[in-house]
Ligand binder design. Structure first.
Ligand code: SF4
Length: 236
């Protein structure tokens, strides 16, 4: 099938999923937000304690590292480098040494100091395009920042988010989750239906970590079970 025809077919399938599952699209964000009230994991970047710069640092650190580890690491790092100017002015070896407990310290130091140099003395931009123009900021970090700081109704597309959407709604159509019409269209519809984008996204992260795990999902404890295609197929 030619690439253009395939793209149109995939987009048509994605829109059909949203249309056919409209009741679930409306219900899932509310169920997640309710579940989050009782089951939220407590991390400092969710408590409103961090400045926008510190939230950006947290999101960069969360790439490839588990949340509890980043949560334990951040206070020491942020007290040493509390803002962009302090981090930009520090010797690279000192930043790498501070990042060593988290791993990938050379790469992380380069990314964080690149960001610090770009942002020292200026406000962090408010638009996605301007954020994406910053060194080391990709779609996920931009979405996480815009949602956490400005409450934007976006969605945080990672492997956990993809797994839940695929199980509840429909499998993705392309191997790369960043380029999949089902994940994109369903994710956008879910974020649009959420009352509180922060709670919705953090609930998706927590559900993926605690309940809808890659193996042995705990469907008996899941707030989404009545809407879940995977759980229905297992029941049959
Ligand atoms: S019902 Fe099971 S498979 Fe479906 S979202 Fe919940 S834990 Fe995941």
């Amino acid at each position: 099938m030619p690439a253009r025809t395939r793209t149109r077919t995939h987009e048509h399938i994605a829109r059909a999923v949203v249309s056919e599952r409209s009741a679930a699209i409306e219900a899932v964000p509310r169920l997640l937000e309710d579940w989050y009230r009782q089951n939220a994991r407590d991390f400092r970047w969710r408590r409103g304690e961090l400045s926008p710069w510190q939230l950006l640092v947290a999101e960069v650190c969360l790439q490839q590292t588990m949340s509890p580890r980043v949560d334990a690491f951040l206070p020491g790092f942020l007290s040493r480098f509390p803002d962009a100017a302090a981090l930009a002015a520090a010797p690279r070896a000192e930043v790498e040494s501070a990042l060593r407990p988290l791993g990938f310290q050379r790469k992380r130091a380069a990314v964080l100091q690149g960001l610090a140099e770009a942002l020292a003395g200026r406000d962090i931009p408010r638009t996605r395009d301007a954020l994406l123009a910053l060194p080391g900021v990709g779609q996920y970090v931009a979405s996480a920042y815009l949602c956490a700081v400005h409450g934007e109704p976006t969605f945080l597309l990672d492997v956990n988010f993809a797994r839940i959407v695929e199980r509840v709604f429909a499998p993705r159509l392309r191997p790369d989750l960043r380029d999949d019409p089902v994940l994109e269209t369903v994710g956008r519809a879910l974020a649009g239906a959420a009352h509180d984008p922060r709670r919705f996204n953090w609930a998706m992260l927590d559900l993926g970590a605690l309940v809808c795990r890659p193996t042995a999902p705990r469907c008996d404890r899941c707030p989404l079970v009545v809407h879940c295609a995977y759980a229905a197929a297992v029941e049959e």
